[in-house]
Design a binder for this molecule. Structure first.
Ligand code: ADP
Ligand code: ADP
Length: 233
């Protein structure tokens, strides 16, 4: 089954002389269970596409179907609910709240989702165990390494059991060893059924996914590169 379908999606910023066409008629289909990376030069539209896929923004024209729902037709409150219930986000900067422990950071999305206190605590602890941080529940972000902080962010992203995990340069701030830890976790999450879509500019990261989508000038120029096609980079 298809989970993401972009149909002739345009995104225009500004107007008149200042108009920028960030997306120029993008067509893209991603099936449930895929593990994709999105690559392409700076300014080619990757982040704009991720913002639309993540329901943070709407197309200027064209259609975006997420799990068969037509996102362009939805109200802001419905989009917020979809983001919270169906999607998980991981960014280059971890965006953890510094005054909260790892456990409390991971509990946050469940407060918005209306999960009760006891279950919040149990599920947050379970998510942190899944990323190998069961001994770090009470540490604050400053007491954790960069790689550990990113793992807390991943636990927070999966705690509401999303169908889709979206990651924008998730290893951009990490060294090669912790990059590998994060990729191992993504691989395990994907194997457990979560669809993973990740923007990266690192070929060695993209090579560990199953499919590479290549953007240029606001459009997808290669939708099904195989990671072995990245060999010459
Ligand atoms: P990438 O993620 O591949 O670097 P982006 O999606 O960030 O590309 O940007 C695509 C184009 O849209 C670029 O020309 C960029 O300058 C422009 N752009 C992105 N966001 C905005 C914005 N909020 N306002 C105006 N232009 C934007
Ligand atoms: P065409 O499909 O028209 O032959 P190319 O395969 O040469 O086009 O790719 C066009 C652009 O897309 C290249 O300039 C490059 O930036 C990028 N690209 C395409 N395939 C790859 C690849 N396997 N690895 C890295 N970059 C690629």
């Amino acid at each position: 089954p298809v989970i993401i379908r972009l149909e002739n999606v345009f995104k225009v910023y500004g107007s008149g002389e200042a108009e920028v066409r960030a997306l120029n008629g993008v067509n893209l289909t991603i099936e449930e269970g895929e593990y994709c990376s999105i690559m392409g030069p700076s300014g080619s539209g990757k982040s704009t596409a991720m913002n639309i896929i993540g329901c943070l923004d709407r197309p200027s024209s064209g259609h975006y179907y997420l799990d068969k729902l037509d996102v362009a037709e939805m109200k802001d409150t419905e989009l917020a609910e979809i983001r919270n219930k169906k999607l998980g986000f991981v960014f280059q900067q971890f965006h953890l709240l510094p005054q909260l422990s790892a456990l409390e950071n991971v509990m946050l999305p469940m407060i918005y989702a209306g999960v009760n206190g006891k279950e919040r605590r149990d599920r947050a602890a379970e998510a942190l165990k899944r990323v190998g941080l069961e001994k770090r529940l009470n540490n604050k972000p400053t007491q954790l390494s960069g790689g550990q902080q990113q793992r807390v962010a991943i636990a927070r992203a999966i705690v509401n059991r999303p169908v889709l995990l979206l990651a924008d340069e998730p290893t951009g701030a990490l060294d090669s060893r912790t990059t590998q830890e994060v990729l191992d976790i993504f691989g395990e999450l994907n194997a457990s059924g979560i669809t993973v879509v990740m923007v990266t500019h690192e070929p060695e990261v993209a090579r560990q996914t199953q499919r590479v989508v290549w953007f240029r000038d606001g459009d997808v120029v290669h939708s099904h590169l195989s990671p072995s096609d990245l060999g010459h980079l």
